[in-house]
Design a binder for this molecule. Sequence first.
Ligand code: FAD
Length: 387
Amino acid sequence: MATPRGRVRVRGVEKPMQDARVLIVGGGIAGLTSAIALRRAGHRVEVIERDPTWSVYGVGIIQQSNVVRAMSMLGLLEDYLGAGFGFDHVDVFRPDGTHVATVPSPKLTPGYPANVGIARPALHKILGDRAKACGAQVRLGVVVDSLRDDGRGVDVAFSDGSEGRFDVVIGADGLYSSIRQMIFPDAPPPRFTGQGVWRHNFERPADLVSLHVYDGPIGMGLVPLSQHLMYMYVTTPEPGNPRYPREGLAAAMRSKLQHAPPRIAELAERIQDDDQVVYKPLEWQFLTGDWHKGRIVLVGDAVHATTPHLGQGAGMAIEDSLVLAEELSRAGSYEEAFRAYRNRRFERCKFIVERSRYICESQLGLHPPVDQAFETRQMFEVIAAPI
Ligand SMILES: Cc1cc2nc3c(=O)[nH]c(=O)nc-3n(C[C@H](O)[C@H](O)[C@H](O)COP(=O)(O)OP(=O)(O)OC[C@H]3O[C@@H](n4cnc5c(N)ncnc54)[C@H](O)[C@@H]3O)c2cc1C
């Protein structure tokens, strides 16, 4: 029986076929892991990325037990661990530098480290190389001009003048998602939290073999990234959301660390090059309604962007990709797949976004101070559950 492309009827039930044609908008962590997961499930995948240079900034990212498990499910674990630094616990310190707790991380992938710190460019290269190697078409410097969903597929007009028709369009284009704006124009825009984060890479000292987190109104942490590299992050109140020009960034970051404990203060002295400082205002976004409209569905920061206080934004994006690919392969219709995907992801992502925001707001004095050891233990319990 003839069916719209990408679908087949099995005993009267319409099933998505193995070779659905999928457009992924955004070649970041969510887009590339979606591409890999969908290629592994046999779909045809095209990724478009707005940035013609396809670059990411050069600091690091914390990836915890659930990400190690997800990378294993994506078949990426060896590449990933080879480029990062594995560790099994989180050390928590008071604002004065006193060590108060060691929180073991759940080991979800037998025989491998619980967590990984990795440089963002290294992670980006692993994901980009694998997406292309497994057959995803990647086009750079291209965005979507318009989408027309007729219920059986989506006609897309691209900014380079080309056009295409797809069974599914995935919006993986981040916090300021253009696809979200196209399908949900009334969704609330991302909100600024009142905090910013400052980051800087350093040579990793031999004794930095776990994630170090400092309690207090100025959040600080040290993250091992490789045999040679670590990075420091500092979250600060930024009333009015000031814009910091590149010139003077190093001095501005040093000034935020005037009362830091000795280990951090010593590192702060070494912050001298404006180009090595990455500053970002912290924003969040969470869609409480649908995560799809018709054949168009959102993943990653496009639908749930968290502040980094629990180090889980990318983790949630990667898990989204696995769950969406799984549901597309087993549901009886796209609608069913997208609803099942959202149902499986909603509470977990909500917890991460809300709890991260709570920690952020407590650092800003809007709630009582949090105990990072408690928060870390609680987060580990949540993310250890199967996706
Ligand atoms: C300061 C900070 C620290 C963080 N630290 C951690 C951490 O330690 N651990 C962790 O798990 N998470 C962390 N996160 C969160 C993590 O970075 C994000 O959750 C993750 O990058 C989301 O991936 P994404 O692919 O959804 O979005 P993005 O990474 O934003 O990727 C979106 C991609 O889409 C492209 N794009 C944008 N618009 C368009 C368009 N119109 N058309 C085509 N392409 C487009 C962009 O160029 C980009 O390549 C942190 C976030 C911040 C802000």
